[in-house]
Structures are given as C-alpha cells and as structure tokens.
Design a binder for this molecule. Structure first.
Ligand code: BV8
Length: 224
C-alpha cells in the first residue's frame, strides 16, 4: 500500500498542496523542495524544514496511522510505502515502513550524501567531516528515489493481491506509478480519499472519506 500527506492531515500536518500557513503562505512547496532552492538560499530552505520538523514533532499520529499499524498485525505480508517524510507511521507502530521520499528528521551531507549529525544552532548546518552544507534527508523534486526504497516498493506492488492508496493526490511520480504496477499485476486497487484524484477512475473502488474514519472501519471489518 501507498500513503500520502492526506493520512497525516488529521494530525494537523498540512498536506503538501494545501495552502501553507503563516510565513510560508507565499512559498510554493514544489519550488522549495528542490536542489535549486537549496543552492539559491540554503538558509531559507533550512528555515522551512525546521518549521515543518517543529510542527510534526508537536503533532500526534491519528486513528488512520494507528489503524494501519493494526492492519499489519492482521495482514503480516502488508508492505507500507509512504511518500510522507513525517515518521508518523513509525510513531503509530507500523514496522518496516518504506520511506519513498526520505525522512524529515535526518540530515545528510550535501556532498557525501551520508547521514550526519548536525547542530541545531547553525542557521545552515554543515557536515562535521567535510564542512560542506548539510541538507534535510528528504528526496527533492528532480532527485532520484533511494534505490532500496524504489526496488522494494516496485517489487511489493508487482506482487500484491490488493493495493491500497491512502491520502495522496497521485500526482507525484514515480510513487503514483505504484498503483499502475499493482493494476497490471492483476491486483484489486482501492483509493481512500475524501476527494477524487486524477487516478480515481482507474481504481477498482474509491472510498470517499477521511483516512481517520475509513481505515479504522476497514480494519474493524477485517478483524471480525
Ligand atoms: C524523480 C519530499 C528522476 C520533500 C517529495 C514521471 C516519472 C518520474 C518523475 C516525474 C514524472 N513526471 C514528473 C516527474 C518529476 C517529479 C514529479 O512527479 N513532479 C510532479 C509535481 C509532477 N518527480 C520527481 O522529481 C521525483 N524524482 O522522478 O527523479 C530521477 C531519476 C534518476 C536520477 C535523477 C532523477 C522525486 C519526487 C519526490 C519529491 N519529494 N517530498 C518534502 O516533503 O519536502 S514529494 C511531496 O509530494 C511529498 O512527499 C508528498 O507526499 C508528495 C505527494 O503529495 P501527496 O502526498 O499526494 O500530498 P498532496 O498534498 O498532493 O495530496 C494530499 C491528498 O490527501 C489529497 O488528494 C487530499 O484530497 C487528500 N486528503 C486530505 N485530507 C485527507 C486526505 N486523504 C485522506 N484522509 C484525509 N483526512
């Protein structure tokens, strides 16, 4: 299965395309989440990510995240691929989560790409080994998905009977292509989203509702 920003919406974490709030209202996340933005103004990009880290750190997993953790105990073969970088699935108890777009809370050396520990005090943290800028450990637009995450996700999508897509506008590739891979492999595909998406017509079924409502009902029906 695949989740997107909508699964964290009920935790108070704004979805990716929802208008950003406060200072960030005038910025387009599709512009800020790029290597070009970081090269142009690393301090601005770091301010944005620290604002998001603080917001996520103060948020709690919601009933939708918890339902998916429970689903995994009912369906041990479940592979949870998330586009989200907020770590909420893990906080709710999901195991083996594949973070397709990285994680908000890890820092990487911009030159060596290794995970590094940086100081919260620096406006633009640097790599303790080589002195280059450090950057958030997420995948920006125009960057490749981590090989291990890409292959594990494609393999799981090609080998599943049911593919659940929750809380995503299905606009960002290659993540949005996972549903096509599952469909081509003959899987039943189900979308959980209060709104229709560009891919809605291709799903076997669309459950129109919030993840925090629909997922607990889904798990309840499976458990009994
Ligand atoms: C790449 C991390 C190549 C950063 C993010 C075709 C093929 C391949 C690539 C492309 C392609 N076409 C275009 C591209 C390029 C690009 C792309 O897809 N652009 C889009 C805009 C068209 N893709 C890339 O650049 C990817 N890289 O392809 O590299 C390559 C190969 C080799 C070598 C070099 C390069 C990398 C993309 C990763 C970008 N990083 N995040 C960060 O977070 O800061 S993506 C970002 O968007 C988030 O991760 C987010 O999760 C993701 C997708 O958005 P959604 O999760 O769907 O969120 P959104 O707000 O859109 O929608 C929320 C949904 O929830 C809505 O539908 C709403 O109705 C619903 N909802 C609301 N409330 C609820 C709810 N649902 C349920 N319950 C609720 N309560």
């Amino acid at each position: 299965m695949l989740t997107g920003a909508g699964v964290s919406a009920e935790s108070g974490v704004p979805t990716f395309r929802e208008a950003q709030t406060g200072l960030w209202e005038k910025y387009d996340p599709l512009e800020l989440a790029t290597p070009e933005a970081f090269a142009r103004d690393p301090e601005l990009v770091w301010r944005w990510y620290r604002w998001r880290r603080d917001l996520v750190a103060r948020a709690e997993p919601n009933a939708g995240h918890r339902a998916l953790a429970e689903l995994q105990s009912l369906v041990p073969r479940l592979t949870l691929v998330t586009q989200n970088v907020d770590g909420m699935h893990q906080r709710a108890g999901s195991q083996g989560v594949i973070e397709f777009h990285g994680n908000l809370f890890s820092d990487r050396c911009a030159a060596e790409h290794r995970i590094v520990r940086t100081s919260e005090d620096d406006r633009v943290p640097t790599c303790p080994d080589c002195g280059s800028y450090a950057r958030p450990g997420v995948v920006w637009f125009g960057e490749a998905i981590p090989e291990d995450a890409l292959h594990a996700s494609f393999a799981a999508a090609a080998d599943c009977d049911v593919f659940l897509s929750v809380g995503t506008s299905s606009l960002v590739y290659p993540a949005a292509g996972l549903a096509d891979i599952a469909r081509e492999a003959g899987a039943v595909t189900i979308e959980v989203n209060p709104n229709p998406t560009d891919q809605s017509e291709s799903f076997t079924a669309s459950l129109r509702g919030n993840a925090g409502t629909v997922l607990p009902q889904l798990v309840e029906s499976l458990a009994h």
